[in-house]
Design a protein around this ligand. Structure first.
Ligand code: 0X9
Ligand code: CA
Ligand code: CA
Ligand code: CA
Ligand code: ZN
Length: 312
């Protein structure tokens, strides 16, 4: 469990219960499924929110993923905030209602449940980042677009950025990727926009991460400009700093590079609160921050949902 005083954070069992409750209370607009299982066999929950949620309608699809990194628990709360806002707010909040009626929203609150549970084992924070496969794979270095290409990950299983034995060797990245692949319908990827939430540093990041060049194969100047424009607009709504992800540091095998490089999905990483930290403390803000720091991103989430309906 979470340490005393931080009970506001959700354990895996509590995340599961929240999603079950959302579907019980709002069955017509919420449908729960699983993308697959983690290494230790936990279901990787996917909550779909849309009018007529049981049907695949012709509406722009949007994906939110959280908690690829075990200790970044505030991100799980961010996905739960999205779930709560777009289910409880339906029919009363005009903007929420409009998006639920005109989009198909997929939320995956915990991509790495094994790591998250391990991180709170014994009622103390363990400072854990990776999944629980062997010494752990960094799920956000295991995606299959230019995997391991460019010095942005490690081949040493002991390292924090271990990329795994091959692309998609982690069941977690593989399952979420298969889910995204499954949204190609009639040759067209239905998901048009995505945010992957992390902590911390208060940044909005966009691909590519594998190169410091602004443009590269699969990223034209016009496309790079769109990332920059949308990222900058979202940042003006939440006070984060917008930049290309490789301006922070080079990564390969990250989720954003795969979402864009493989599927041309407008895919961002948000690094949430706090802006600064020392040691591991930035990963563990008190639960009193959950409310303010998740609501802070409501405007940015709405901008992404709007952009999902723009062709390019
Ligand atoms: O290193 C990561 O996976 C992310 N940062 S974190 O501190 N949450 O681990 C950043 C990924 C964004 N991509 C690049 N910086 N290239
Ligand atoms: Ca507290
Ligand atoms: Ca619908
Ligand atoms: Ca659809
Ligand atoms: Zn992270």
């Amino acid at each position: 469990d979470f340490p005393a005083g931080d009970e506001g954070y959700h354990t895996y069992a509590e995340v599961t219960a929240e999603l079950d409750q959302a579907t019980r209370d709002h069955g017509h607009i919420a449908q729960l499924s699983s993308a697959g299982e983690s290494f230790e066999g936990r279901a990787l929950h996917v909550l779909k929110i849309s009018d007529n949620a049981a049907q695949d309608e012709d509406e722009p699809e949007v994906l939110f993923t959280c908690n690829q990194h075990a200790r970044e628990h505030l991100t799980t709360e961010m996905c739960l905030r999205i779930v709560q806002r777009f289910t409880d707010g339906y029919g009363s909040d005009a903007k929420v209602t409009e998006f639920v009626d005109s989009r198909e929203i997929y939320v995956i609150p915990t991509v790495n449940p094994d790591g998250a549970e391990y991180d709170i084992s014994g009622g103390q924070y363990q400072g854990w980042r990776k999944n629980r496969q062997g010494q752990g794979t960094d799920v956000n270095r295991n995606w299959g677009y230019r995997w391991g290409c460019c010095g942005g990950s490690s081949d040493d299983p002991a390292d924090e950025t271990y990329r795994g034995t091959e692309a998609f060797s982690s069941p977690e990245a593989k399952a979420v990727a298969s889910f995204v692949d499954s949204r190609v319908v009639g040759g067209t990827q239905q998901i048009t926009a995505h945010i992957d939430f992390h902590t911390y540093s208060e940044l909005i990041l966009w691909p590519y991460g594998h190169t410091t060049d602004d443009t590269a194969e699969g990223m034209s100047p016009e496309q790079a400009k769109r990332f920059s424009d949308v990222g900058t607009e979202m940042a003006s709504s939440n006070g984060y700093t917008p930049q290309q992800s490789s301006d922070l540091y080079v990564t390969d095998g990250s989720i954003n590079d795969w979402m864009w490089g493989e599927h041309q999905i407008l895919s961002f990483t948000f690094e949430m609160y706090p802006a600064d930290g020392s040691g591991l403390d930035g990963f563990y803000p008190p639960d009193e921050q959950i409310g303010p720091q998740t609501q802070r991103n409501d405007g940015a989430v709405d901008i992404l949902l709007r952009e999902a309906g723009e062709t390019s």
